[in-house]
Design a protein around this ligand. Structure first.
Ligand SMILES: [Zn+2]
Length: 292
């Protein structure tokens, strides 16, 4: 039941939006832009050294990504992947021939070997699409006069997520650690955990400057206040499911009651409230198993 739901969700995510839709490029600082539309949000750093991307959207969007970048000279030289999901790494195939791809070691492993037996199917990527630089904790690229620093946040959204900081510009790309104004997809099958994710968001709130611009994996560009609201949603909805679960209510009973109207606007086609309740419920269940 749970696996089936996760598979359905991933299929829906991959079909997300018209892949050929025009993408919109917005400038956030002298050198940093965000490319939105369809798959995950892409961070773009442009300057005299060339183009560096954070994420690469779906494979089917590669031409649209290049069209959106056509106003700048050259093709992307570096790509950081924030995690392995296809709406963030699919473009590696087309862009990887000319770009050096960097990611956490678990992202390279997942893309190289595909899914694990008994879990949701993940297609292995061709060699050209694989990260050639893989790291465990953090890595920095010094490019266009900027330090672009990637830091691993384990077992939050997957087991291989990084946040990427444009240090001078005070801009952060949080990948799918952050869905702005939307219930998040947390990949429990491949290393995600709702409570750890919530702790990571608290850490990021403490670390980011008050006027930071924040690129989420999905949703509009955010402020620190938006990230705090997301954190409050995680804390309060998790507490709500935990309390009822501890009182002996079944998943079906909790789902039937729902989360109340406060978070209604956070529902979206891929993660309606029911799916978010299920995610929290199973994450709490697995957390308990892990602590036995
Ligand atoms: Zn995503």
């Amino acid at each position: 039941m749970r696996l089936l739901n996760a598979r359905t969700l991933i299929a829906a995510l991959l079909a997300a939006g018209p892949a050929t839709a025009e993408l919109s490029l917005s400038q956030l600082s002298d050198a940093v832009y965000v490319l939105q539309g369809g798959g995950g949000n892409v961070g773009v750093c442009v300057g005299s050294d060339g183009i560096l991307l954070v994420d690469a959207k779906l494979a089917s969007q590669a031409d649209a990504v290049l069209a959106a970048l056509a106003r700048f000279a050259g093709r992307p030289k570096y790509i950081f992947n924030t995690h392995f999901h296809a709406d963030h790494t699919g473009g590696n195939r087309a862009l990887g021939q000319h770009a050096t791809i960097l990611a956490h070691a678990n992202v390279r492993k997942r893309l190289a070997t595909g899914g694990e037996f008994g879990k949701r199917f993940i297609e292995a990527a061709p060699a050209v699409a694989l990260p050639v630089i893989a790291f465990e904790q953090s890595a920095s690229a010094f490019f266009n006069g900027e330090e672009i620093r990637a830091v691993h946040f384990p077992h939050g959204h997957t087991d291989g997520d990084i946040a990427v900081f444009f240090v001078n510009a005070q801009i952060a790309h949080l990948g799918d650690l952050f869905f702005n104004g939307l219930f998040p997809f947390v990949d429990l099958e491949y290393g995600g955990d709702v409570e750890t994710l919530t702790q990571h968001i608290a850490t990021l709130i403490d670390q980011l400057p008050a006027d930071a611009k924040i690129i989420p994996g999905h949703g509009p560009v955010a402020t620190l206040d938006d990230l705090k609201t997301y954190h409050r949603m995680l804390v309060e909805t998790t507490a709500s499911v935990r309390t009822r679960r501890s009182a002996g209510m079944s998943l079906e009973q909790i789902s039937a009651e729902g989360l109340g109207s406060q978070w209604a606007s956070w529902e979206w086609s891929f993660v309606p409230a029911q799916r978010w309740i299920e995610t929290v419920y199973w994450s709490l269940e697995e957390g308990e198993k892990g602590s036995d």
